[in-house]
Ligand binder design. Structure first.
Ligand SMILES: Nc1ncnc2c1ncn2[C@@H]1O[C@H](COP(=O)(O)OP(=O)(O)OP(=O)(O)O)[C@@H](O)[C@H]1O
Ligand SMILES: [Mg+2]
Length: 252
């Protein structure tokens, strides 16, 4: 499970998180949504110990994330940041290998190589393996980072706007991959998305954040509703029933 209890975080002139309480069971796909500046990245950062909260408690799989040893945390929790532009003079293959560092400390064994192979196959970055990161397109670089994340093979996976640079096919394939990671491997995945239709189609639950607070948590059928989304984003959103999941329409 992932638990946040009364978590607050303020920057010099902004309150990013204002007493956030969150209880996510182990297993399943949670989509974190909300307007720009709502606190999504800050919350993911606090859960993943990239950012220190001012107040409150965060636990992941029973570990207090502030007190946990770095290596213990990194074996169980993987985070893809919103701005993941890591050292550029690395090849994709070298980047993906870095995902195994918490497990092997840099000396890859057979289990590490198997995890790397699985991650490369699942994300389709094989043909890019020997390319340098700074010679890739934005979406290709994003997929390389996702491959690194999968190589880490952690139980808890947090992804901050992984779809942002991806085309329709790669975005859909990534959501399918995250779904399979939950259903087949029992992972617990939290993913920040702006296109609520990805949340609607793939997530078990949606957590909506606004002004540093959790304003709603529930299954897509409950939250993907015209009134709720219009108020959340402050713009008119229609919702149509596709027969499968609710589809939000907001282009015009
Ligand atoms: N390093 C920082 N220094 C100062 N203020 C920050 C910093 N990071 C975030 N903030 C502020 O904290 C609030 C929450 O930011 P956060 O990045 O968590 O939002 P978000 O929901 O991820 O938004 P987006 O959808 O734009 O990525 C915003 O008001 C932002 O300006
Ligand atoms: Mg963000």
């Amino acid at each position: 499970m992932i638990r946040a209890d009364a978590v607050s975080k303020a920057y010099r002139d902004a309150t990013a998180l204002d007493g956030v309480c969150l209880d996510l069971p182990a297993g399943g796909l949670t989509a974190l949504v909300g307007p720009n500046g709502a606190g999504k990245s800050t919350l993911l950062g606090v859960i993943g110990r990239l950012t220190r909260a001012d107040f409150g408690l965060v636990e992941v799989g029973g570990m207090n994330v502030v007190a946990a040893r770095s290596r213990d945390l990194a074996r169980r929790l993987a985070v893809l940041r919103q701005d993941n532009h890591l050292a550029t003079r690395l090849t994709v293959a070298q980047l993906v290998e870095l995902g195994r560092f918490p497990h092997c400390g840099g000396r890859l064994g057979p289990a590490d190589r198997a995890a790397i192979e699985r991650a490369v196959a699942a994300t389709g970055v094989g043909p890019l393996a020997h390319r340098f990161l700074d010679e890739l397109s934005g979406g290709q670089r994003q997929r390389a980072h996702i491959a690194m994340l999968f190589a880490q093979d952690a139980e808890y996976v947090l992804l901050d706007e992984p779809l942002a640079a991806l085309d329709l096919r790669h975005a859909t394939e990534l959501m399918a991959l995250l779904r399979a990671a939950c259903d087949q491997d029992g992972k617990t995945v939290v993913v920040v998305v702006h296109d609520v239709n990805y949340a609607s189609a793939w997530a078990d639950r949606i957590v909506a954040l606004k002004d540093g607070r959790v304003v709603a948590t529930g299954p897509p059928a409950e939250l993907v509703q015209s009134d709720f989304l219009s108020a959340l984003y402050g713009t008119p959103v229609r919702v149509v029933d596709t027969g499968g999941w609710p589809l939000a329409v907001y282009h015009r």
